[in-house]
Design a protein around this ligand. Structure first.
Ligand code: NAD
Length: 248
């Protein structure tokens, strides 16, 4: 029941980090995974691990619609695309605010609006949205726009779960803490440059984790695969936190 044999699964932002780990593990568990990313070269590196790779910019509504029509219906969708914009309210300019919502929120709306009707017709499926521990569950410093977007992801998740529960669609949010991915490594470098000390910057990110270490993308992927599988058939509309104890 934890297997994904025969299930067609779309993963966005699958070339790196959590999306990549989720695509690889879903395929390992038998899923027919379509791994997509903005970065075609990088996502193509997964070609031997998954069923198919495609370039997809999730902010491009037409491209999303086209891909879903060509490749759907799906039994599972993992919405992993997201950007982190650093800043407090007064440090966040309108363009950063809009970009955050476009990549983190609008994209999920585009994907689900394109894919869910066919999923319903096909008998249902499971949607997993990658939200964050930062947002409506907890405020993190200097994550004003990011936290707002991830709160919106949880709102969308609950809305879809509730509206489509009788139509065979489950929709859950996974809320990671601090996970060692390329974008996190870049944030540590940026913060290190800001304070003039890379090691101090890394310490800052690690020390906010009660387990004293960063999470791994594989640890997040394990929960994603569970939520895609029939093992979680009675679970919908929830925020599933994997954060090394931050919210304990
Ligand atoms: P990452 O930032 O390391 O990789 C992101 C991938 O997204 C890249 O391959 C990039 O090419 C792709 N991408 C960017 N814009 C895109 C677009 N418009 N269309 C398609 N693909 C696009 O990944 P990550 O850190 O694993 O983050 C994945 C998700 O997990 C995000 O939603 C992020 O907010 C969330 N998250 C991450 C952490 C963390 O600590 N890393 C914590 C909580 C939540």
């Amino acid at each position: 029941m934890f297997r994904l044999d025969g299930k067609r699964i779309l993963v966005t932002a699958a070339a790196a980090g959590i999306g990549k780990a989720a695509a690889e593990l879903a395929a390992e568990f038998g899923g027919k995974v379509l791994a997509t990313d903005l970065n075609l070269d990088a996502v193509q590196e997964l070609r031997d691990a998954v069923s198919k790779t495609e370039r997809l910019d999730v902010t491009d509504t037409e491209a999303v619609q086209e891909l879903v029509e060509k490749e759907g219906p799906f039994d599972g969708i993992v919405n992993a695309a997201g950007v982190v914009v650093h800043g407090t309210l007064d440090e966040t300019d309108p363009s950063d605010w809009k970009r955050s919502f476009l990549v983190n929120v609008d994209s999920i709306y585009f994907v689900l609006r394109s894919a869910v009707p066919a999923m319903v017709e096909n008998g249902g499926g499971s949607v997993v949205n990658i939200a964050s521990a930062a947002g409506s569950l907890k405020a993190f410093p200097s994550r004003f726009a990011y936290g707002a977007t991830k709160a919106a992801v949880i709102g969308m998740t609950k809305s879809v779960a509730s509206d489509y529960v009788a139509k065979g669609i489950r929709c859950n949010a996974v809320c990671p803490g601090t996970v060692d991915t390329p974008s996190l490594r870049q944030r540590i470098v940026d913060f290190g440059e800001n304070i003039g000390d890379y090691e101090e910057a890394r310490k800052f990110f690690v020390e906010r984790q009660p387990m004293g270490r960063l999470g791994t993308a594989e640890e997040i992927a394990a929960l994603v695969v569970y939520l895609l599988s029939d093992a979680s058939a009675y679970t919908t509309g929830q925020t599933h936190v994997v954060d090394g104890g931050i919210l304990a």
